[in-house]
Design a protein around this ligand. Structure first.
Ligand SMILES: C[S@@+](CC[C@H](N)C(=O)[O-])C[C@H]1O[C@@H](n2cnc3c(N)ncnc32)[C@H](O)[C@@H]1O
Length: 318
């Protein structure tokens, strides 16, 4: 096989000259010992604040790409298409995913680009390795399918939370949110759905929209143009917000694709820290998520304000 014995970089043997540093990218955080990530690989995952946008890299500029393929079909094909675009012909792409989270479809996806795929199974993952062909089949169509788009008034992008419809939990919060006042934040703001409702109140002085997803942040920047809004690509736990009058949130319960209730609890604790005494947190959550206890521990008063369609709305006062 092409990727076995033959070194693709110039030899490092004495007298062979200077070895160029291969340019490499990594998308996501591969689990320990699953695949090799080249030293110095540039992080390009949109959900890691501070990473480089894969879209910003020039065509045929990279020697190697390692992709922790995301679970959604359009999002995954888009990431693979972009990775193949930035690889030099002959460059190596390693893509992997858990079998039940898109891994079993990876080989087909890569074959659709005209790649010859070597597939192996390890630690519940499918790992596919390909050499970037001279010509990539259907590249533009796959990029277009996963790119940001405007639906009605709002910009969004596949891969963003509930990217093509308003989440029912968010809709219930919007229907029950009173006009808010003062300085506030929207934790995990997504494309800005809740923020638009919050900013309808003239008594809101400022609103920080915080999200880890660059695609959501870029969409929110186009959707929420109110000068009272600041839009921050950051982990809410590191955002350093303080002395707020209110926080609104539909907390995430997935971290990197895996259910993680601790993340929702961290959002609750971070909101309590960011609020002034007497400030309020408005939260929507799926009814099965056990947030009563962490809310009770972090706030002095917690009230259930609405319950419908499998979701609950809480108002918690610090
Ligand atoms: C359930 S969605 C809610 C999105 C939006 N507020 C809405 O109502 O449609 C949770 C959001 O939190 C973001 N998120 C996840 N972990 C985060 C973190 N550590 N810091 C900030 N945002 C995070 C996700 O990217 C996602 O956009």
């Amino acid at each position: 096989m092409w990727w076995s014995a033959t070194p693709r970089w110039p030899s490092t043997a004495p007298g062979s000259g200077v070895r160029p540093v291969p340019a490499a990218i990594v998308y996501g955080t591969p689990p320990y010992n699953l695949v090799d990530v080249p030293t110095g690989a540039v992080q390009v995952s949109p959900i890691l604040p501070g990473s480089t946008a894969l879209e910003s890299l020039p065509d045929a500029s990279q020697d190697e790409a390692v992709i922790a393929a995301p679970p959604g079909t359009a999002e995954r094909d888009y990431a693979l298409a972009q990775a193949l675009r930035v690889l030099k012909p002959g460059g190596r792409l390693t893509a992997f995913a858990p079998k039940d989270k898109g891994g079993s479809r990876l080989k087909k996806s890569l074959e659709a680009f005209g790649c010859e795929v070597f597939e192996e199974s390890r630690k519940h993952n499918r790992i596919c390795t390909v050499e970037r062909p001279q010509t990539i089949v259907g590249l533009d169509a796959f990029v277009a399918k996963g790119a940001a788009e405007q639906m009605g008034e709002l910009w969004s992008q596949p891969g963003v939370f509930s990217w093509d419809r308003v989440d029912p939990g968010s809709a219930l919060l919007i229907a029950n949110l009173p006009p808010l006042k003062g300085k506030g934040a929207d934790f995990g703001a997504g494309i800005g759905i809740l923020a638009l409702t919050v900013l309808a109140s003239p008594d809101v002085k400022s609103l920080a929209l915080v999200d880890v997803d660059r695609r959501a942040i870029e969409a929110a920047r186009k959707n929420v143009t109110d000068p009272r809004a600041t839009i921050v690509w950051e982990d809410v736990r590191q955002a350093g917000l303080a002395d707020l009058d209110f926080v609104v949130m539909n907390p995430p319960f997935h971290d990197g694709g895996a259910e993680d209730r601790a993340l929702g609890v961290a959002f609750i604790e971070t909101a309590a820290k960011a609020l002034r005494k007497g400030g309020t947190c408005w939260l929507t959550a799926n009814r099965h998520l056990p947030y009563e206890r962490p809310l009770g521990a972090a706030f002095s008063k917690v009230e259930l304000r609405a319950e419908a369609g499998g979701y609950k709305i809480y108002e918690a006062r610090k």
